[in-house]
Structures are given as C-alpha cells and as structure tokens.
Ligand binder design. Structure first.
Ligand code: ADP
Ligand code: MG
Length: 474
C-alpha cells in the first residue's frame, strides 16, 4: 500500500462531483470520508462515527449523489433532527452534486405546507428533511417513499432516541425498496448501536477505537461558580471577546434561553435567543447573521444547535451543564470547526459538579477548573457585578457554616450561642449546631440571617477578642 494520503482524484468520482469539489478547493478527503466513502460506494450499510466538524455530510452525501439519477422520483432520503440541519445538509449536497442535475428538496416543518407540496409534486430526487413533515407529506400523497433505495440518518443517535424513533420507524416501514442504510453521528451510545443493528444489513462500522480522539481539540475550561454569579462570569467572557469572536451559549431549557437573552440585554450585551419554538424563518435568519458575522452572541438549546456548521464560533459556553454526556461533545463541537481554534467554558455550580465529573470520566477529558478570566486591559468595571452568593454555601436545611476563632479554651457552646443571640438580637432558632474544637468553632447560621450575623460578629468582641468569622463552603 502506498503511504501517500488519499486524494479525491484517486477515487474516480462522478465527473460532476469531482469538478464541484475541485472548484471548491477540496483536495484531500477527511478521515471519515477516506474510511466511509469507498465502503458506501460499494453499496454496503455504514455506521459512521467521527467527531464534530469532520466532514460527515460529504461522507454520506457523495455516495448518495452518485447513486441517484435525475428522474424526479425520490431515490434517497436523509433525515435530520432539526430544520436548520436539513437546510445545511441540503445546501452542502446541492453544491457537491455540481451539474449532476439532481433535484434536492428539503421537507421540514414550520414552513408553508402548500408551497412544499407543490415543489414535491414538481419532482425531487433526493429528500432532506425532518421526520414530522416527511410523514405529513407522505400521508398527503406528495412524497412517495416507495422507490427510495438510499436511507440516511444524520445525527443518528438523536434520530434513534425516544423522541424521534417512532417517526423514523414509520418512515422506514414505507420504504420496501430500500437497499442501503447509512447512519452518521459524532456519538453512538451502545443502546443506539443495538437498535441500529435491528434494521441494518451487515453494516460496516467506521468508528474510532479511541473515544478520546473523537472530542475535538478545543481548549476546555470549567469555572466553579454559584448559580447567582454565572452571569458575572459570562460578562467576563464576553468582555474578553475580540471583534472576530463569536459565542454560542447553551442552556438546558427554552425558558432559560429567553431569560438569559433578556438579562444580557439589560446589561448591555446583545445576544440572540434560538430555540425550537422560534419561527423557522427567524431561526434561519439568526444562523445567516451568525455566518455573515453580524450576530456575535447566540443563546440556544441543544436541539436548536445540533450539527450547526458555522465557522466563526470561537467560544462555546455551557451556562448550564447538559444532563447527558453526549450533548457536551455536540455542544463544544460547534467551535473549533475543521481544525480552527476554539474555547469551551463550562460554568459549574454546586448542582453541576456531578454532571461535569460524568462528562470528564466518560470521554476521558481533563477539564481544568480555572478562575473566571480577568477583565481585559483598560476595562475597570465588570459588565455584571459579582454578588454575594449564599446558594453555594447553604446546606439542604438552609444553614450556612461559619468558622469562628474561639474554642473550648475560652467559651462553651452555650456561652457562645447566648452571646451571638444577644449581640445580633436573633431568635435562637436561627442558630443550628455548634461544633467546638480547642481554639476554633463552627457555628451554623440560617441563610436569611447569615450576612447580618456575620457582620455583627465582625464588629464586636467576645471577651476582648475578635472572632474573625469566615464562611465555610457547604
Ligand atoms: P460534521 O457533520 O462532521 O460535523 P460537516 O459535514 O458539517 O461536519 O463539515 C464541516 C465543514 O468542513 C463544512 O464546512 C464542510 O464543507 C467542510 N469540509 C468537509 N469535508 C471537507 C474536505 N474534505 N475538505 C475541506 N473542507 C471540508
Ligand atoms: Mg454533521
């Protein structure tokens, strides 16, 4: 075997594809393309796993285009989890086909159904769509699935999870002529692989042996911070952005997207929210404005951002940590596309620590805890002020542990408790347990009174000595 890298010209691709690719300046296929394209061209079923931004679209797109002819009858269907992704995949396939003359039709919800029906009636060779609308169009008789020979799931693990699986199965059942099935994603949990084998025919698995290499090379950091101060850290990150930087911020809920968009706006940082309830054309406009650089900061949910390929995103921020470990990989994969540099920051509150541990263990990552970045030179005020954050130091019973420089040598638990209650004039119930050592004590104070009581203790003296109260993390 020769050790020279594979070039697209080694493959004797369809003339139209070869010249389109050359015209685009592509010479060398990516690893997943090198591995998957020859096998898919043979007609075999393929399960392809490769990290985000590694060119999976062309890996399934090229073989599919080669197999189709401009007949006006659908021969291939590619299903994606979101409308944006369907548009993106259709765009890539459209230019890759060059002048093959294939009609590529997107079919997704949130757009004019009559118009889409007319376009389908006019004839299509390759369908790229989301499951819901594909089913709809099929039931209405505008989309004939009966002659489809090539079936592909992009972001396949998502397509085969509980949310989409029934729809995908329904579509699958309408395709008796199916000859080839292609599944591609950056992550394949075992249960998805098991499910996939059920309906694939002797698939070839093009997978990485080592999960570690599949996480894109992005600088990853974590900042340990209470919920109430996540906005402060975000303000610092935004303050450090250059003119060419773009940021994608992830939260776990649509509501949080809206809240954060609003809060950032209040502090003079313009961010645009994107989630599944926003109108389709609005979501596309947001993506376009990210691509042309007019939008710098987008706040999004996982669903709205999966697979999105925007070159300029240099920062990904996990405002909330995702519940599942796969989402982390997909999120950070929105930056560092095709070998460009990128940073991923996770804001980790008490509640998020477990999730981050699970992520690092699953993917064998070292995500160092670092301080929030400093303000850039010349900037003296934080965009968002840091506040006292009691949530981080409060135990489940609402108590804050405060350490005092006084111990058994100088007081008893009783005398210390009485002194605090008298000096601060608080009900005794606001104090919890007291633990006393030789020369120090830990006193539990209810969170509602903690700031005030600490302030009082700081100002007074117990038998002529000051107790220097300090809060101990919960
Ligand atoms: P993935 O689906 O693996 O996340 P994409 O298919 O979206 O990645 O590809 C990421 C980017 O790389 C796209 O902009 C795509 O056009 C580009 N790309 C893909 N293959 C090549 C290649 N062989 N040479 C140069 N650029 C490529
Ligand atoms: Mg992709």
């Amino acid at each position: 075997m020769s050790s020279a890298p594979t070039e697209f010209t080694d493959w004797d691709l369809d003339e139209a594809i070869a010249s389109a690719i050359a015209g685009k300046g592509w010479t060398t296929p990516t690893e997943i393309q090198v591995e998957a394209i020859p096998i898919a061209r043979q007609g075999r079923d393929v399960v392809g796993q490769a990290r985000t931004g590694s060119g999976k679209t062309a890996a399934f797109g090229i073989p599919i285009i080669e197999k189709c002819e401009a007949t006006g009858t659908p021969q291939a269907i590619i299903l994606c989890p979101t409308r944006e992704l369907a548009v993106q995949v259709a765009e890539e396939i459209s230019w890759v086909q060059g002048d093959s003359g294939l009609a590529i039709q997107t079919v997704y919800g949130g757009t004019d159904i009559e118009k889409q029906a007319k376009e389908l009636d006019a004839g299509a060779d390759i369908i790229v769509g989301t499951p819901g609308r594909v089913i709809d169009m099929s039931k209405r008789g505008h989309l004939k699935l009966g002659n489809i020979t090539h079936f592909c799931l992009d972001e396949a693990d998502r397509m085969l999870d509980m949310g989409f699986f029934p729809d995908v199965l329904w579509i699958f059942d309408q395709m008796p002529a199916r000859e080839q099935t292609l599944l591609f994603s950056a992550t394949f949990p075992q249960e998805v692989l098991d499910a996939a084998e059920e309906f694939m025919h002797e698939p070839v698995f093009v997978m990485s042996d080592d999960l570690e290499v599949e996480v894109p090379e992005i600088d990853q950091f974590a900042v340990r911070i209470g919920r109430g101060n996540k906005l402060w850290v975000l303000g610092r990150l935004i303050a450090n952005m250059d003119d060419n930087d773009q940021m994608l911020i992830f939260t776990n809920t649509k509501r949080m997207v809206e809240l954060l968009e609003e809060r950032l706006g209040k502090f003079g940082m313009k961010a645009t929210g994107m989630h599944g309830d926003k109108a389709q054309n609005r979501r596309e406009k947001i993506l376009d404005s990210l691509r042309d650089g007019t939008t710098k900061i987008v706040v999004a949910t996982d669903v709205a951002a999966r697979g999105i390929d925007v070159d300029g995103i240099t920062y990904v921020v996990n405002y909330d940590l995702p519940d599942d470990t796969e989402s982390y990989v997909h999120r950070i994969g929105r930056t560092g596309r095709m070998g460009r540099s990128g940073q991923a920051w996770s804001l980790v509150s008490k509640e998020d620590i477990g999730a981050l541990d699970k992520i690092s263990n699953t993917w064998n990552l070292e995500i160092p805890y670092v301080e929030a970045p400093a303000l850039p030179e010349g900037m003296t005020r934080d965009p968002v002020r840091k506040r006292e954050d009691w949530s981080e130091v409060t135990d489940p019973f609402g108590m804050v542990n405060v350490s005092l420089e006084i111990g058994r040598g100088a007081a008893t638990k009783r005398s210390l408790a009485d002194w605090i209650v008298n000096e601060a004039r608080i009900p005794e119930i606001a104090l919890g347990e007291i633990a006393m050592e030789e020369s120090s004590s830990t006193v539990q104070i209810h969170v509602d009174k903690a700031a005030y009581v600490i302030d009082v203790i700081k100002k007074r003296e117990f038998d002529g000595s000051s107790l220097n109260p300090t809060i101990i993390g919960a």
